[in-house]
Design a protein around this ligand. Structure first.
Ligand code: PAF
Length: 286
């Protein structure tokens, strides 16, 4: 397994692989890998085949964190990440520094960002106003470094996947974006690097996200229910867990992310909940 640290060497490696007709599958991550990430790696391998190349990037992207957020405390364990990547047969890890990704930023010279204007307005975009500008910028840059044929993102970050799919189409990136299923712990909690922040008590209460999704799924299984009613029901359910604070719950069209007035089977539901200082998100098709 190769480690590649600079933009130039990443692009040279990618061009060399392309010259020999090897397809490149790409999984962008911020590290602290878990089985959710590994399932994306397995999907990338499936898509490019045994002769293809699977690249994982590990980069905690500062531009997607607000000054009030957890950038400095974001969990890191590079040794473990490497061991997981090796076990899963990853061919190359792209491990750029901040200076490699944002040249001149420390000196105030970096000034180009990528902004998606529509799908970023609600949900995570409303709660974290600068977040998606950082995500689209870094993902566009990573695409230009890794030159992938296919990039795999997790469905847990549904809005992120929709925004990146839109950006890929709008900016003519010559690659396919694939969205892979959310991996869950046995009790239904979606796998996330941020789960590591939870205390034992918060971890126990974190199952309320999955419970909320299941409760709404049951409630709308037979008849549509107004979104306002479902929002109140979710707020009540979250309030039964003392450590949990509902940030938002949204009912929307899976593709356009437009909110719906009536929640029916097939509507997408997303929610963000704070447990102590940790903010978790989840979503599902109802
Ligand atoms: O989902 C993530 O881990 C990040 O937002 C991503 C896509 C790697 C960009 O930094």
């Amino acid at each position: 397994m190769q480690t590649i640290r600079t933009v130039g060497s990443m692009q040279r490696a990618a061009r060399a692989w392309r010259r020999t007709d090897r397809r490149i599958g790409f999984v962008p991550t911020m590290g602290y890998l878990h089985d959710g990430h590994m399932s994306l790696v397995r999907e990338a391998r499936r898509l490019v085949g045994p002769q293809g190349i699977v690249v994982v990037s590990i980069y905690v992207n500062p531009t997607q964190f607000a000054p009030t957020e957890d950038l400095a405390k974001y969990p890191r364990d590079l040794r473990r990440d490497y061991s997981l990547c090796r076990t899963e047969g990853v061919d190359a890890v792209f491990l750029p520094s901040d200076a490699a990704m944002y040249p001149g930023k420390a000196e105030g010279r970096y000034s180009t960002y990528v902004v998606e204007e529509r799908l970023t307005q609600g949900m995570e975009g409303a709660s974290r106003p600068t977040h998606f500008r950082g995500v689209t910028t870094v993902v566009a840059k990573l695409f230009n470094c890794v030159l992938p044929d296919v990039a795999v993102f997790g469905a847990k970050d549904w809005q992120q996947a929709a925004v990146i799919t839109r950006m890929t189409t709008d900016l003519d990136f010559p690659l396919k974006v694939v969205v892979a299923k959310t991996r869950r712990e046995k009790d239904g909690l979606a796998m996330s690097s941020r789960n590591a922040y939870l205390s034992t008590e918060e971890r126990a209460q974190a199952t309320v996200l999955r419970r909320a999704l299941d409760a709404v799924k049951r409630a709308v299984a037979k008849n549509p229910v107004p979104a306002v009613e479902m929002t109140q029901a979710v707020a009540r359910l979250i309030a039964t867990r003392p450590a949990a604070r509902l940030d938002y719950v949204a009912f929307f069209d899976a593709k356009t992310l437009e909110p719906v007035a009536m929640v029916t089977r097939g509507t997408r539901m997303a929610l963000a909940v704070r447990l102590g200082k940790t903010r978790l998100i989840d979503n599902d098709r109802l």
